[in-house]
Design a binder for this molecule. Structure first.
Ligand code: NAP
Ligand code: MG
Length: 405
């Protein structure tokens, strides 16, 4: 085997280890594809559930603070505990979702992008380039207050201002029984969302689309539209022009129709609920959750990269029994390459950026040569397919990578 001059790294990358099958994959990726080529400089945080429990989840907070400090993190999928996990891991508490904790500290927006590869055809044949969904991660129906109301109820919205004055709005005078719901969002959160989206569009050199239902929701949705437009006009219009990209606002129903007819290659910013629904639609239409990357971008540009899928629990139990698994590592691998590229960009480390690009190319070229894990093998339209196990796939990528270096 040829020896390679290892690429040095100036600033540490924040490394957040995780759980189950993705933790197994994490270690394999490092050993097979990173450590032989890079003088890997990471600040390691073990977000595996056992260590989160041991540290009373302090490790999650520490890892987010480190990300703020260094600017780039890569995260493995982690278990969000539920009742079953309480017993399985003998937890002290049902710890909150690490992603939620990290997102709250970084105040970021999550961008999800499918990885396109020849042989896996989107369900929408016209989609030739990836569509990235940016989902606003605060408020609306996810922080709602709601109630069932009896017949005859008069329901009102009451606003008590700081100076004690009140404003009242009639919601509905009920004849029969019914339901009500109170929603909110904050200018600050919408502004952060807008800035993250504009920054990400500039980073990707792709158009940004944003859509709400402002014709019906003349105050609530209209506020989103206005904040986006104000920030764009004030701080981004010039930069977008320079980059040759556009900001495009339309109504959500018009956006859906345009997205389906488009060829892809843009970022679609969505309000919280729209993003929840549309990201599952777009992910499914592009083929597979195992081929979807995710990056949390804070308004100050701090980035945390991860795979969009979970810890692939069912495969892990097979692995524990000593059975062969064929788990797709592509999204986790691309989380690493995304983070390494970003680290390289911030440090002016060309060699690291080039390596990230070559590792991605080697991964895609491996799949396009017919070598893939089971999930892709069952979907691929390539004439000759060789299904490999979890480690076999990473070894095949390494072979391609060595040809390229
Ligand atoms: P999941 O881990 O995404 O897996 C769901 C199913 O999708 C798998 O059973 C598998 O199907 C398929 N799949 C997903 N990723 C795959 C891959 N890389 N290669 C091959 N197949 C893949 O979701 P889950 O089973 O609902 O959740 C498991 C744990 O992950 C939970 O504890 C949850 O809290 C956590 N989770 C974490 C994150 C995160 O950290 N970002 C996100 C979501 C869920 P087959 O079994 O049919 O092969
Ligand atoms: Mg969802």
């Amino acid at each position: 085997m040829a020896e390679f001059q290892k690429i040095p790294m100036k600033t540490p990358l924040v490394e957040m280890d995780g759980d189950e099958m993705t933790r197994v994959i994490w270690k394999m990726i490092k050993e097979i594809l990173l450590l032989p080529y890079i003088d890997l400089n990471t600040e390691y945080y073990d977000l595996g559930l056992e260590n989160r429990d041991k540290t009373n989840d302090q490790v999650t907070v520490d890892s987010a603070m480190a990300t703020k400090k260094y600017g780039v993190a890569v995260k493995c999928a982690t278990i969000t505990p539920n009742a079953a996990r309480m017993d399985e891991y003998h937890l002290k508490e049902m710890w909150k979702s690490p992603n939620g904790t990290i997102r709250a500290i970084l105040d970021g927006t999550v961008f999800r992008t499918p990885i396109l590869v020849r042989g896996i055809t989107p369900f929408i044949p016209g989609w030739r380039k990836p569509i990235t969904i940016a989902r606003h991660a605060y408020g609306d129906v996810y922080k709602n207050v709601e109630a069932q109301v009896p017949a005859g109820a008069k329901t009102e919205l009451l606003v008590t201002k700081a100076d004690g004055t009140e404003e009242k709005y009639l919601i509905h005078q009920f004849d029969g029984p019914g339901i009500i719901q109170g929603l909110h969002n904050t200018d600050k959160s919408i502004e952060s969302f807008a800035r993250s989206c504009f920054n990400f569009a500039l980073d990707m050199k792709q158009d940004l689309w944003f859509a709400t239902k402002d014709t019906i929701s003349k105050k609530y949705d209209h506020r989103f539209k206005d904040i986006f437009q104000d920030i764009f006009d004030r701080d981004y219009a010039g930069k977008f022009k320079e980059a040759g990209i556009e900001y495009f606002y339309t109504l959500i129903d018009d956006a859906v129709a345009r997205v389906i007819r488009s060829e892809g290659g843009f970022i679609w910013a969505c309000k919280n609920y729209d993003g929840d629904v549309m990201s599952d639609m777009v992910a499914t239409a592009f083929g597979s959750l195992a081929m979807m990357t995710s990056v949390l971008v804070a308004p100050d540009g701090t980035c945390e990269y991860e795979a969009a899928h979970g810890t692939v629990q069912r495969h892990y139990y097979k692995y524990l029994k000593g059975e062969t698994t064929s788990t797709n590592s592509v999204a986790t691998l691309f989380a690493w390459t995304g983070a390494l590229r970003k680290r390289g960009e911030l440090d002016g480390n060309e060699a690291l950026m080039t390596f990230a690009g070559k590792l991605e190319a080697a991964t895609l070229s491996t799949i396009e040569s017919g070598v893939m894990t089971g999930d892709l093998a069952s979907m691929s339209t390539l004439p000759e397919i060789k299904k490999v196990d979890t480690e076999g796939f990473l070894r095949a990528v390494d072979e391609k990578l060595r040809e390229m270096l």
